[in-house]
Design a protein. Structure first.
Length: 540
């Protein structure tokens, strides 16, 4: 918890527990209007929603638990407190599967059994060690659905079941598909206990990062409502611009002053860094990543905005997948023609980078074509753009993020000998295959873009100017770098084109040094054949 020295409400950065957040007076962006809509929906009581990691899913589960525990005092002053809701206590089974051990299938089985036993005991069920965790879960639903009223009579109330990060154990071991399938099978046995007991379930809410459609929860509970792209819940997670202003304005203004920016410029820059997530084809509203807002405003760094979401850890399922999948052929800034089916994960042996990057929050909805029912996806914001670029550059070279960072620094310091040695190595590692039988200039520019973007450099590919389009233009406080790429042509032609087309002219009023860089590639070997750099000179 970080407290400001001024009399401002504290910002929570280390809790997803709703009761603690409310008791300690921390800022809580009121989402209980969505909660009320959810729990009072007629004809539906089983819900699933997927959202990226650290997007408030656990806090929402904790909020629902407090609601069904009839802890009305925690909701004082919130939207639901003024709505029609009967504050009644229900038995609650609350699973949190993110921390289960998956080092081996056997260890997972033990971890799962221990977790189910502990959580059922907390719900008030007497666990029977002679039965399997799945059987105990089923019996717990049967038993807890009936409660005694104030007169000692048995009353059928039903059980509230909350499952946070239902898919985490599968995602944790995607680098070993056989193990992931075994883990999925064992989870499915547990989830299948709900199939014939929906009449005993008062309310079910499941969260996750991905929708693994072959988990039995989706095949057995054919009436479960997937809210993931529902416009009615598009802003249930994350902060809208209005919510940010209403809840954090004092903190925002203080940070703007610390950075020496006008409030308007500060808000525009913050939006570029953290706001860009869109979850519904029917609602164009974008939201801020809540953990990014919390970390940024708690620290109020004078140096400005930083990558905060990624410092909390990258999703293991994405990292495991990237170890074995070529993702270099995708233009992540704009991917059109993506069908809705691409977002679900069915076959663990044929995963797509698109599905996992979307579910993990590295891609988001940018547009929707109602006629074709296809989506356009893209990178949400600057924070995510930089981390994704670092990931791709590291994967491309088969090296670590540190390797990519060091290569980028040699560019920014105009250490051309080291930069060109590194860039040759980078392109030598590129696994271009059948997807790109003919490698064009854009194919090489794409990986250059990811490398530069990962270093906090503002990068434009195909920079449109009055005389043509520069292949890659990178802008940083240390300089402006104009790249021209050639295939099967001498590097001299790259420099000739830069001068002939006057690619440097739009930047001449800038005080920063301007560098011209030519790269020439061999289409047969796919390697960098020649390269050179020179400072811009108006006399040449």
């Amino acid at each position: 918890m970080v407290y400001n020295t001024r009399a401002m409400r504290p910002i929570a950065t280390d809790t997803h527990d709703f009761p603690s957040l409310r008791k300690e007076g921390c800022i809580y962006v009121d989402k209980t209007m969505f909660v009320h809509r959810l729990v009072t929906t007629i004809g539906a009581k089983l819900f699933f929603i997927s959202r990226p990691r650290r997007f408030g899913k656990s806090l929402m589960v904790s909020t629902l638990r407090a609601l069904f525990s009839a802890r009305r005092e925690l909701f004082e002053g919130l939207a639901i407190d003024k709505m029609d809701w009967k504050w009644e206590k229900y038995p609650i089974i609350h699973f949190e599967f993110n921390d289960l051990t998956t080092m081996s299938v056997e260890e997972f089985e033990r971890s799962l059994a221990w977790h189910v036993e502990r959580k059922l005991a907390q719900a008030g069920y007497a666990y029977n060690k002679s039965l399997t965790p799945a059987d105990n879960f089923g019996l717990a639903i049967d038993t807890l659905a009936w409660q005694k009223d104030e007169n000692g009579n048995d009353v059928h109330k039903g059980v509230v079941i909350l499952v946070d990060e239902y898919d985490a154990p599968v995602g944790h071991c995607l680098d070993d598909v056989a193990k992931a399938e075994a883990v999925r099978e064992r989870l499915s046995v547990v989830y299948s206990q709900m199939k014939n007991r929906t009449g005993d379930i008062r309310f079910l809410f499941m969260t996750g990062v991905s929708k693994f459609t072959k988990l039995s929860v989706f095949s057995a509970l054919n009436n479960i409502v997937d809210m993931s792209q529902d416009r009615n819940y598009a802003t249930m997670f994350g902060y809208t611009e209005d919510e940010l202003s209403a809840n954090f304005e004092e903190h925002l203004r203080e940070h703007a002053a610390i950075m020496g920016k006008t409030y308007e410029d500060y808000r525009a820059e913050m939006k570029r860094w953290y706001n860009g997530f869109r979850f519904s084809p029917d609602d164009e509203t974008t939201v801020y990543n809540p953990i990014s807002v919390a970390y940024t405003l708690a620290a109020k760094s004078k140096t400005g905005f930083k990558a905060t979401w990624v410092t909390t850890g990258r999703p293991s399922m994405l990292m495991n997948y990237l170890k074995r999948e070529d993702i270099l052929s995708i233009d992540y800034e704009e991917m059109s023609g993506v069908p809705a089916a691409a977002f679900d994960v069915a076959d663990l042996r044929n995963l797509t980078a698109t599905a996992l990057l979307f579910q993990s929050g590295y891609l988001t909805v940018k547009g929707y074509d109602a006629d074709s029912e296809d989506f356009t996806l893209g990178v949400p914001d600057e924070e995510v753009r930089r981390d994704l670029a670092t990931l791709i550059a590291g994967v491309a070279a088969g090296e670590t993020d540190v390797w990519a960072a060091n290569l980028g620094k040699t560019l920014l310091h105009a250490n051309w000998s080291k930069f060109f040695v590194g860039i040759r190595s980078l392109y030598a590692h590129l696994p271009y295959g059948p997807k790109e039988d003919e490698v064009q200039e854009f194919s090489y520019g794409r990986i250059l873009y990811t490398l530069l973007a990962s270093q906090g450099v503002e990068v434009v590919t195909e920079d449109r100017q009055s005389n043509g389009r520069a292949d890659v233009v990178a802008k940083h406080k240390k300089g402006i770098y104009i790249f021209e790429l050639k295939v099967d042509e001498p590097v001299d032609k790259a420099f000739a084109q830069i001068r002939e087309k006057k690619y440097a002219e739009p930047y001449l009023a800038d005080d920063r040094p301007i560098w011209l860089i030519g790269l020439s590639f061999d289409s047969k070997t796919r390697h960098l054949a020649d390269c050179a750099a020179e400072p811009y000179s108006a006399s040449r």
